[in-house]
Design a protein around this ligand. Structure first.
Ligand code: GUN
Length: 289
């Protein structure tokens, strides 16, 4: 039976050090870490995530401002808000929750955030630093940064000789995750919709990371015995008329084969929020340096 990682516990220890860093910044420089979270429209899942992020920011001792804009907000209104936040010295981190309503173009909005305040790590400057291996100079996307904490827990810092397979190639997760694994010397395959024989690739993985949003896609016979399985999916399914959250891996059966596995919920999810808080206090430290 695999070791099941307790994401809540690991996240709690990250949050503890963020609280200390924020308190120290306030004590030494009189700077209160400021996070602005922007949400447009009324997607219920996005509101749940944003609520959790704003609450955690307060718990960390940050000044947290949430901007809730109506679904019909115009591109220029949202762009103007980002410009304001970029220039606001009390704000060190800016997060625009995705996805945006269909009539809005998220690309120019994300790229208009000052890279120094881009705590999601989505600006091309930050994404580029991850790809070029400048991991200390920019801000690393939160979910892959959190997933890497689990990978390092299982395998240490140097992944030389290990095969990693990442299923999914989004800018928010798959691409930066593959880049981080490569920077740690793993041999990385990024699989996606167009991949032929996905189970075959997975069976070769010492580290298998899945982020595609397909409930229980990865089966036990896709998992190499003893492998580390990092499940980034979060899917709501109905079992016997009851609603349940499951990941992109079939947890019960995969846990019998894997060496280490993250559960859903309670694995990667809590770490994403913790890493967002960590990025925000890092941004505040740098901007007040
Ligand atoms: N939507 C789902 N996950 C995320 C995230 O990490 N950041 C942002 N901005 N939007 C998201």
């Amino acid at each position: 039976m695999a070791e099941v990682i307790d994401g809540k516990q690991v996240a709690a220890s990250v949050i503890e050090s963020v609280k200390q860093a924020a308190a120290e910044l306030e004590r030494s420089k009189g700077v209160k870490t400021g996070l602005a979270v922007v949400i447009v429209g009324d997607d219920p899942a996005s509101h749940t995530y944003v609520g959790a992020k704003s609450r955690m920011a307060k718990e960390c001792g940050f000044a947290s401002i949430q901007h809730t804009l109506p679904a019909e907000t115009a591109q220029e209104e949202l762009a103007a808000l980002v410009r304001n936040l970029n220039e606001n010295p009390l704000i060190h981190g800016i997060l625009v929750q995705l996805p945006l309503p269909k009539h809005l173009d998220s690309g120019p909005i994300i790229q208009s955030i000052k890279p120094e305040k881009d705590v999601d790590g989505l600006h091309v400057v930050n994404a580029g630093k991850v790809v070029t291996g400048d991991l200390d100079g920019g801000l690393v996307s939160c979910t892959p940064a959190g997933a890497m904490v689990f990978v390092r827990h299982a395998h240490g810092n140097d992944l030389s000789g290990l095969n990693a397979v990442v299923i999914g190639r989004s800018n928010l997760f798959g691409k930066p995750m593959s880049a981080l694994l490569l920077a740690a010397n793993a041999t990385v395959t990024t699989a996606h919709k167009g991949t032929k024989d996905l189970p075959g690739f997975c069976r070769n993985a010492d580290i298998l990371v899945v982020a595609v949003g397909r409930a229980e896609l990865v089966k036990a016979d896709w998992v190499k015995p003893g492998a580390t399985v990092i499940d980034v999916g979060i899917n709501r399914i109905s079992v016997d008329g009851k609603s349940r959250l499951v990941g992109d891996a079939a947890f019960e059966e995969c846990a019998k084969v894997a060496g280490v596995i993250t559960p859903v919920p309670g694995g990667v999810g809590p770490m994403t929020i913790a890493m967002l808080m960590a990025n925000t206090v890092i941004a505040a430290q740098r901007l007040s340096g």
